[in-house]
Design a binder for this molecule. Structure first.
Ligand code: CA
Length: 389
């Protein structure tokens, strides 16, 4: 079997309302799907992390840089392909957009491998350690509104996400440390004392400000404090983890085994959040997962994007070994964005219907059982939302 084409599809639509996190507001949803075609008619699907103009630039890397390197290769040689592409791109970027682009291609090659074998991805990896996974719902995004309006909305939205059946919830912060503590207090009020919540700063704080917010999170019994400081600030992560009781999480902006080796050896993370659609795809995710477990650092995948990314992550969460194991082992969760996303809800021929699963099965989501990722994108839907790049 030979690879005959590597094609990016960039999908976009204008969202019903503008949303924000600590770095920017955004009003347009996008997704970057990668399709790898073969001479025997089998097609694999993958996804690259990166929105808007970043997705358009990544499409250039996928189609104009990576595609010519691998046309004619056997799609089953995915590890050979990974290293050929990485080694040839190394001089032009060992992190960031080249790795995001390689990720989508690698995921599509795993999808093809599963379709050739007639097995779901989790079987190719070594089997399912769990047949379902609990989902946490994130929302509580920033808007251009007053602190008082944020506080009222965050309390209501947190309660609404709990009532949708999710196992936990996650909020954004980023108005400033003192204002952010007010938001966190509002969320705890909204959900009551017993429901877990997490706080995502998207690396907006200095280390002293992160300590200020982190101490409030200890009082509020938050489960984790995500990306408190810049991903490059290894000293900050190490100091925060040593000085705070709340779990420190992060890693979605880290890439490949060498980047992950550095942040794991730094001992700055209680919970690792690798992003398979950015760090180098499934091949590299499995190496990063092994590194995390070699450091006894539990993993809760960062999940963002379309139903293709969600399906890939469900497969990986099923195949994640228990750490360290036991009768009632610590379990990973599926990250789920509760805000408007047609590319997650309506992309597939047979939708995953995650919100319904969560509502009807106590916060749990099943693992797709079809070959490869176990999902098939609807080409009519793709044509309707595809933009030229
Ligand atoms: Ca995050």
């Amino acid at each position: 079997m030979k690879i005959t084409a590597v094609i990016s599809h960039i999908l976009q639509y204008d969202m019903p309302e503008e949303l924000g996190y600590s770095q920017q507001y955004y009003a347009r949803r996008s997704a970057h799907l990668v399709e790898v075609r073969t001479d025997e008619g089998l097609t694999g699907w993958g996804e690259c992390f990166g929105t808007g103009t970043v997705a358009l630039a990544n499409k250039g890397i996928v189609e104009k840089v990576i595609q010519p390197m691998i046309l004619g290769d056997d799609p089953m040689d995915r590890d050979v392909i990974w290293h050929k592409v990485y080694n040839l791109m190394r001089d032009h970027g060992q992190k960031g957009m080249p790795l995001q682009s390689l990720s989508g291609v690698d995921i599509a090659l795993w999808d093809i491998a599963g379709k050739i074998a007639g097995l779901p991805l989790h079987k190719l990896i070594g089997g399912a350690h769990r047949d379902k996974v609990q989902a946490y719902g994130y929302g509580m995004m920033l808007k251009r509104e007053s602190l008082a309006d944020h506080v009222a909305r965050f309390a209501d939205e947190a309660a609404a996400i709990r009532d949708m059946g999710f196992a936990a919830t996650k909020m954004k912060v980023g108005l400033g440390p003192r204002q952010d503590v007010k938001l966190c207090e509002a969320v705890r009020r909204g959900i009551g004392d017993d429901f877990p919540f997490m706080v995502d700063a998207n690396h907006c704080y200095t280390t002293p400000d992160a300590f200020f917010v982190g101490r409030a999170l200890e009082e509020l019994d938050a489960y984790w404090f995500e990306e408190p400081v810049a991903p490059e600030d290894h000293d900050g992560y190490r100091e925060l983890r040593a000085g705070l009781k709340v779990n420190i999480s992060g890693g979605e902006a880290e890439f490949n085994r060498w980047g992950w080796r550095a942040i794991l050896e730094n001992r700055g993370l209680d919970i690792a959040q690798p992003e398979v659609c950015a760090l180098g795809g499934i091949s590299e995710y499995l190496r990063v997962l092994a590194l995390c477990h070699a450091h006894f650092t539990p993993v809760i995948n960062h999940v963002w994007g379309s139903a293709v990314a969600v399906a890939a992550n469900l497969q990986l969460l099923a195949a994640m070994p228990p750490l360290p194991g036991g009768l009632h082992p610590w379990q990973p969760m599926l990250e789920f964005d509760t805000t408007d996303n047609k590319f997650r809800d309506d992309l597939l021929v047979e939708p995953l219907d995650i919100q319904r699963q969560v509502k009807t099965s106590g916060g749990y989501v099943g693992i797709p059982g079809g070959p490869g990722l176990g999902v098939e994108p609807d080409r009519v839907f793709i044509r309707r939302y595809e933009v030229d790049g």
